[in-house]
Write a protein of this length. Sequence first.
Length: 264
Amino acid sequence: MFLIIIMGLLAVACGSKSDQASAPAEKKEGQAAAESDKKTYTVVMHAEFPPFEYMDPSGKPVGFEVDLMNEMAKEMNWNIEIKNTSWDGVFEEIKSGKAQLAISGITIKPDREKLYLFSEPYFQAKQLILVPEGSPIKTLQDIKGHKVGVMTSTTGALIVQELLGKTNKDILQYEEMPSMVEDLYNKRVDVVVADNAYLMEHMKKNPKPGYVTLDDPNIPKENYGIMTNKEDKEMMKQVNEALKKVKDSGKYDEIYKQYFGDLK
C-alpha cells in the first residue's frame, strides 16, 4: 500500500510539471499564430523629407510619419513594411500595386484625387519664403524677376510655376533641401520657396545668420493625406478609423510634439 501511494504521488507531481511546462509553449504558439494571422502591407515613402521621414545611420526610415504609421498599424492589427523609394516612385508603386499605402508629405489635390484615394488629412502645411535679410522680396508676388529655388514636384514648385510659368528659366528645381539652400547662401538663387516644417527643420539644424523666413498669408494652406489605390476603399476606411483612434487617444499629439514642438 505504501508503494502504491508513493507511485501515485509521483505520477501527480510529474503530471503537474508537464502541464506547467506545456502551458508557456502553448501560449507562445498562440502568440505566433496571432502574429501570422496579421495582414502585412507595404508602405512607401521618399525618406528625404525630415522630420517627416529620413534615413537613420543604420539605413532605416525614421521620422514623424514613420511613427504615425506604426501607431496606426497597431490599431489596425497590421504588420507593415516601410519601403524607401524616389518621389516619383511613391506614386508608381501605388499605381502598380507593389505597395498598398503611401505616406510622404503628399498634398491632397484634385488632380491626384482623380487617380488615387486619400485619407482624412493628418497634417496641415504651408509654404514659406526664405530670403537674405534686406531682400526686396516680401511676398510671393515679389519673386518675379528673381531666381527661385524649389523642390521638384512639390507644392512650392507648382505655386512658383503657376506664377512665373512652367518654362521660366528663373525657376531652379532641386532634388533635396540642402543643395537648394546652399545655392541661396552662395547667391546662385535669390529666394527659396518650400514647405514650412521641412524648411524650419533644416534651418534649425543648419542655422545661418542673415536669412529670414517669410509667411505670405496669400499662399493657400495644404493638407497631407495617406494615399492608396483608387479601388481600395475598404482599406482606406480602416486607415481613417485608425487615424481617428490615434488622434483621440492623444498619441498623435505626443508624436507631433516630439518632431514639431508647437509648430501648430
